[in-house]
Design a protein around this ligand. Structure first.
Ligand code: C2E
Ligand code: MG
Ligand code: MG
Length: 593
């Protein structure tokens, strides 16, 4: 019994021992496995930490670097050993110390931050980095952990893009945005110091025609050359920018007085007032300049620019190749102009235009040569506007083209009615602005008006003025020749007021010449102008031109003109311009007298 009990005990005991041995073996295996796991995990962590392309770093609450990876050391140009003895403050701009301190406070209170920053490398160069940082607990200790990504290439690209956005790629000058920024700061300074400054708005004259006729590459070269010329006219403290197309702006800094701006504007005008060779072409491109003075013409940069722009337009309107100071009256004029433009647009549709006719008769026998058609605008409010009140706006806005076409058609219809009534050889004259002559379909419009009305071409006359000489004379002559080829007459209006010399007369395909009212007024006086009239009439006759005197108001004037062998006249002495309906009455009266 005891033996049996003993053998059972031994068996139980053996079982237990075996179990214990087994358990111990399992324990050991488990531990070993855990250790291995830990080893692998550490290996993986080390690989990640050391081979990561981004910098990783741990520091304590004082900014002392505890541990950093190779990438972090490399980014800063230090060895791993070196950098782990350093403080974060050794790696930053001293100016940024305050900011770094603030960030550390935020991170240690639980915030995760992401920001771009610049660190200083061992060699003093700058390392742009994107940083992501947070506060972590490892064991009993807390650390600031941060990841650093090198963004040098990204920054370079950004800087390049920024530079591109700030400069004009063609001329390399600052663009509008950059100009506004720089000048905005300068104006703040001027406000503090009370100094005088100026904005010059510079626009090339007839740049579009260079672009259109010689091509954009020549236009580009012209702009580059213009930028260099402008830069040579200003001082180092001034700012020059191109703000698009052929427009440049200049900020003149720290002027002693307004004359300083005038001197520079004069210098610019002179630098451009000469032929220059651009891309192999001999070009003569002048500039128009508008000037606004700070603080006199405005406090804010936008106002100064707007005012300089307005002044530039006035310089252009006054004939180009000049500069003009801003004047507050200019805005009022501009506002009136805009009003006129708006109602002019409607006037054609609403049929508010009418032609008045002023007779032109022979000096010697009073025979009627014909009528000059003069445009009148009957506004809905009852006002009658003379051409002086709207023709220049119509020219500037291009509205002269449709209005002019209507005038030609209406004048042809008027004269055809006279022909049908038995007055078979009166000439109707229409006035033509230079803007109309530049218009390609003008010849077609005239031909069409003749065809539609059935008027013989020799009973229509086109009056052009000497302002023809401002633009390209050759092109104008070509158009006039085409008009003449239709059989239509051409005459030179307002002779003596403009730019023409007698030499030019020979070149023009004209049949008659109208002496301006100004000379006729002088004729009774003993003045120099008075002496010119016989000379003009003689020369015109030598060139086989008929001479018409405009604005004859008195019998004395008429007598003098007759003595000077003038051929025809018109003027209040004979008749004011009259309505089409009154023409038959006029003709009946003149026949009786
Ligand atoms: P213009 O062609 O020299 O026309 C003669 C101007 O002198 C007319 O003024 C006429 O009314 C005025 N006049 C005629 N005789 C006398 C006179 O004895 N004394 C005075 N003081 N004035 C006289 P208006 O009608 O005001 O026209 C002014 C200018 O407007 C015209 O000068 C012409 O250049 C332009 N114009 C008129 N109609 C048209 C048109 O249909 N198209 C274009 N483009 N211009 C036009
Ligand atoms: Mg005329
Ligand atoms: Mg005239």
């Amino acid at each position: 019994m005891i033996a049996r009990y003993f053998s059972l005990l031994v068996a139980w005991w053996r079982g237990r021992i075996q179990k214990q041995v087994k358990e111990t073996r399992q324990d050991i295996a488990g531990r070993e496995e855990a250790q291995e796991h830990l080893r692998l995990s550490r290996l993986r962590y080390e690989m990640l930490f050391n081979r990561a392309s981004d910098g990783i770093m741990f520091m304590d609450n004082n900014g002392q670097i505890i541990e950093a990876n190779a990438a972090f050391a490399r980014m800063h140009g230090y060895g791993l050993e070196e950098i782990t003895r350093m403080n974060i403050r050794d790696l930053i701009d001293p100016d940024a110390a305050q900011l770094v301190q603030e960030r550390m406070v935020r991170v240690t209170s639980g915030e995760t931050l992401q920001f771009e920053t610049r660190h200083i490398r061992k060699d003093g160069s700058i390392s742009w980095q994107e940083v992501s940082t947070s506060y972590v607990s490892i064991g009993r200790d807390n650390f600031i952990q941060s990841f650093h990504r090198d963004i040098a290439r990204h920054k370079l690209l950004e800087t390049k893009l920024l530079a591109m956005a700030r400069s004009d790629t063609l001329t390399q000058l600052p663009n509008r945005m950059s100009f506004m920024e720089k000048v905005g700061l300068e104006l703040l300074r001027a406000k503090r110091t009370g100094c005088l400054c100026a904005i010059l708005f510079v626009d090339l004259d007839h740049f579009k025609s260079v672009n259109d006729t010689l091509g954009h590459s020549v236009g580009d070269e012209l702009l580059k050359d213009s930028a260099i010329r402008l830069a040579s006219c200003i001082r180092e403290i001034d700012i020059l920018a191109r703000i698009g197309g052929d427009e440049f702006i200049i900020f003149l800094n720290d002027l002693d007085n307004g004359e300083g701006a005038q001197q520079i504007a004069e210098r610019i005008r002179e630098r451009f007032n000469a032929p220059r060779i651009v891309a192999g072409y001999d070009l003569f491109i002048t500039v128009s300049v508008g000037i606004a003075i700070y603080p006199h013409d405005g406090d804010a940069l936008e106002d100064l620019l707007k005012n300089a722009d307005t002044a530039m337009y006035v310089a252009k309107g006054a004939g180009r190749n000049m500069f003009c100071f801003f004047d507050h009256m200019m805005h009022e004029n501009a506002a009136t102009k805009m009003q006129v433009e708006r109602s002019l647009r409607d006037a054609l549709v609403k049929k508010e235009f009418a032609l008045f006719y002023q007779p032109i008769v022979s000096m010697t026998d009073g025979r009627v040569r014909g009528f000059e058609a003069l445009l009148r605008w009957f506004k809905t409010d009852g006002a009658i506007v003379l051409p002086g009140g709207f023709i220049s706006v119509a020219e500037e806005t291009g509205l002269i083209v449709p209005i002019g076409a209507w005038v030609i058609e209406e004048a042809c219809r008027f004269n055809k009615k006279l022909v049908d009534a038995g007055h078979t050889d009166f000439v109707v004259s229409v006035n033509m602005s230079v803007a109309q002559l530049r218009w390609k379909s003008l010849v077609g419009i005239i031909k069409n008006a003749l065809d539609q009305s059935g008027l013989r071409p020799e009973l229509l006359e086109v009056e052009v003025t000497e302002s023809l000489f401002i633009g390209s004379l050759e092109a104008a002559i070509e158009v006039l020749n085409a008009i003449r080829a239709l059989g239509v007459k051409v005459s030179l209006d307002d002779f003596g007021t403009g730019y023409s010399s007698l030499v030019h007369l020979q070149k023009l395909p004209i049949g008659s010449l109208k002496i301006d009212r100004f000379f006729i007024r002088e004729i009774a006086k003993d003045s120099d102008e008075n002496a010119m009239i016989p000379a003009i009439i003689d020369l015109a006759h030598k060139l086989k031109l008929e001479v018409i005197a405009e604005g004859v108001e008195t019998a004395v004037q008429l007598e003098k003109l007759l003595g000077n062998r003038c051929d025809f006249y018109q003027g209040y002495f004979l008749s004011k311009p009259i309505k089409a309906d009154d023409v038959p009455v006029f003709l009946a009266n003149i026949r009786q007298s």
